[in-house]
Design a protein around this ligand. Structure first.
Ligand code: LP5
Ligand code: MN
Length: 245
């Protein structure tokens, strides 16, 4: 059994090298996976499924669909940037959409998957924003607007979010320890895999006497030495980080 986890690719037409890393991965190492879990923020933002024709979005759907045709099951969990991704994209890409959180088993080890933003409970401004944009009525109203207007609105939100983040203390943008303990308790003390915080690490939590590992995924990025990604891979009964170029 081989299971892969990726998150926080933040794909955008402005960073084609990241899409190239994804393409090499989906046509290479990912082929041996029985399951591939994408734990949110695959895209820099998702304005609605009527944007699937956008060249980058169509290309990503095609790359995922061709992996799915080779037999790998692909699962997508929404992130804080692409929670509007819906049934037309998922049908085209050959994936299913999972609720956040979702409990799975890796060779008998219970593992809870989440994006990670819901657990950043110290970031009160973000949680208020999140409650509003995750409201179905608000989303329906948003999606009834023309695509160009939605993209313009998102550009404004992204700018405000960047400004807000500049004034926030770094630790309020990490997950809250009690929120993690409560989540693990509620789900019977599984391990946890999440992204969002861009703070890759392996944390060991003791909750009510239970030992739980928490694996934080690495975001994909471009720097002076090129574009880098990462898949966390369950194989031979253990989790390991696998760098992607
Ligand atoms: O994504 P990241 O890591 O940079 O920052 C997040 C939080 N910010 C966001 C916003 C997104 O980055 C950008 C928007 C994505 C598009 C989604 C489509 C939505 C359209 C509407 C759908 C119905 O998620 C950031 C966190 C950070 O993670 C760390 O956890 O701190 O949160 C903020 O910065 C939010 C601000 O604190 C408050 C909100 C500012 C925006 C106000 C816009 C006004 C419009 C109100 C409408 C709801
Ligand atoms: Mn995120």
């Amino acid at each position: 059994m081989q299971v892969h986890f990726i998150s926080d690719l933040h794909l955008t037409a402005d960073r084609p090298a990241l899409t190239a890393v994804l393409e090499r991965y989906l046509t290479g190492a990912a082929r041996t996976a029985d399951d591939l879990y994408i734990l949110g923020d695959l895209f820099e933002y998702w304005a609605g499924d009527d944007d699937t024709e956008d060249p980058l979005n169509a290309r990503v759907a095609e790359l995922l669909a061709s992996l799915a045709r080779t037999g790998t099951r692909i699962h997508f969990m929404p992130g804080n940037r692409d929670f509007l991704l819906g049934p037309s994209f998922s049908a085209r890409a050959g994936l299913d959409i999972l609720p956040d959180p979702t409990l799975i088993a890796l060779d008998g080890q219970a593992v809870l998957l989440c994006h990670g933003d819901a657990e950043c409970t110290d970031d009160l401004a973000y949680q208020a924003f999140r409650a509003q944009v995750r409201n179905p009525a608000y989303q329906a109203q948003f999606l009834s607007q023309p695509l160009a207007a939605r993209k313009q609105f998102i550009a404004g939100v992204r700018m405000k979010s960047e400004q807000a983040k500049a004034d926030k203390q770094a630790d309020i943008m990490d997950v809250n320890a009690e929120a993690i303990d409560a989540l693990l308790r509620r789900h019977g003390y599984p391990w946890l895999i999440h992204g969002h915080t861009h703070r890759p690490a392996l944390h060991r939590h003791e909750v009510d006497g239970h030992h739980c590992e928490r694996w934080v995924l690495r975001d994909w990025r471009e720097d002076s030495s090129g574009a880098h990604g990462e898949a966390l891979i369950w194989a031979d009964g253990q989790l390991q980080r696998f760098p992607l170029r």
